[in-house]
Design a protein around this ligand. Sequence first.
Ligand code: NAD
Length: 320
Amino acid sequence: MNQVGFIGLGKMGFPMAVQLLKANYPVFGMDLNQQTMKQFQMLGGVPSTFEEIIHSTQYIILMLPSSRTVNTIIDSLLDIYQSGNLKSKPTIIDMSSSYPEDTRQNEQKLKALGLGFLDAPVSGGIKKAAEGTLTIMTGGKDSLFRECKPLLEAMGSKLFHVGPIGSGHLIKAVNNYLSAAHLLTTCETIHLLENYGVKPETAINVFNNSTGRSGSTEYKFPSFILNNSYQSGFSLELMSKDVKMASRLYEDMGAATAFPQAVCQKLEEAQHALPENADHTELFTYIATYLLTGRNSDEECKETDNRFTAFCTNAQPRSL
Ligand code: NAD
């Protein structure tokens, strides 16, 4: 069995590494958090340094918070690799949500030393990471993807090879932009409906049986928002990072659209208003603070209700 290095054993990386252990891969792990390292060891993982990872493993998986951290770690690994005069050539798989342009540059650096590189970000959150049923969107050479498939299959059940290097990160960034846009518009809509007396549970049920449904209505609202738990395990900070990347991609293309920036701005505002480690589903509580500001007094509430009643009473069926 090939030995695997795993750098970044956080909310996602930890359960993913556990899936590799369950599939009998020897896993050499590394994280800044010592408590995590102890738990990893208790489950059969090998706590390791960069040097040990680069010397002992054939595949090195990165599951880190940002492109900047990924770039730093790849540079450190390359320094150690060069100074160690090693004959083995590990393949690096960046499963973090990173910036595609950085990914393409990282591939060039690794290629210069003959090391393979794939970008293979994931979707599905900590639940699917713990089940080993993540969606994995991979960019890079087809031959390398096929070689790494058994390893990826230990962590995910829906594998896609989406194109050349960087394509996985590209599609992941825009996927999360779509997901954030759905969440944002659904949060605003639920507050609006509640204001007119429609229960959030009722509205979500209707959307889930209509064309307004999305991952937010089918999963996030019932699991984390309607029950006020706000514990999806995906931080607002990380979602905001992804949407910023998507927004930059549209800007770089000179695209004439205001949507990505508008979503990006709302997430940044929420980040400033909410506590540092806020879950991304807490967007729902933030939205209430600006959406309903015009309806604070009883007077104003009554006025809107009267307008709404008048609208309903006077509405005439339109002929088609
Ligand atoms: P996290 O913050 O829980 O985990 C990141 C881990 O990296 C932490 O344990 C941290 O200690 C470690 N780390 C940071 N710098 C390091 C360094 N220099 N050396 C070693 N370890 C270091 O984040 P997460 O939620 O697990 O997300 C990881 C990546 O996966 C991110 O790119 C995120 O956007 C993406 N992602 C997250 C989710 C989710 O639901 N949480 C879903 C899909 C994708």
